[in-house]
Design a protein around this ligand. Structure first.
Ligand code: NI
Length: 161
């Protein structure tokens, strides 16, 4: 495994819609393993492949106290009501913002071995999933800001995605 370089704004790949993964082979699994190592190294709770320079629909999540979760070709199929949350991103260091996210989501995709996966998440887990799925669609949390004053500078923080 290897720690990969995390791309930061304004790198173009962060604004590129990632491609669907058609074949799940060892190279994709190695990418997922490296993404988890990179996320852990950065003390993040989630990471999407475009953040490490790979334009593929693949995300990993590392909620505190949980085993890492790998989702290939993730897609939101159901959403709950919107709430206001605070969010940051490993690709936008030094800032956090206040945005709206759905309090719950149902997501489908493929697991590490290419088997279909479907899960329902709430609160922080749901927020992280929406954040990572945005990343594979070239969307950043700052796109959801209602106004520029909802973005603020921070010194450092551990649980970014
Ligand atoms: Ni992010």
């Amino acid at each position: 495994m290897a720690v990969l370089t995390i791309k930061v704004v304004p790198e173009k790949i962060l604004r590129t819609k990632a491609k669907k993964v058609n074949i799940i082979d060892r190279s994709i699994q190695k990418l997922l393993d490296d993404m988890v190592e990179t996320m852990d190294w950065a003390n993040g709770v989630g990471l999407a492949a475009p953040q490490v320079g790979v334009p593929l629909k693949a995300i990993v999540l590392g909620m505190p106290g949980e085993k890492p979760l790998y989702i290939i070709n993730p897609e939101i199929v159901k959403k709950g009501e919107e709430i206001t949350v605070e969010e940051g991103c490993l690709s936008i260091p030094g800032f956090r913002g206040e945005i709206k996210r759905c309090v719950s989501v149902t997501v489908k995709g493929l697991d590490y071995h290419g088997k279909p996966l479907r899960l329902k998440a709430t609160e922080l887990f749901a927020q992280a999933l929406q954040h990572e799925i945005d990343h594979v669609n070239g969307v950043l949390y700052i796109d959801h800001l209602e106004s520029p004053d909802k973005l603020f500078k921070i010194t450092s923080r551990d649980d970014e995605n």
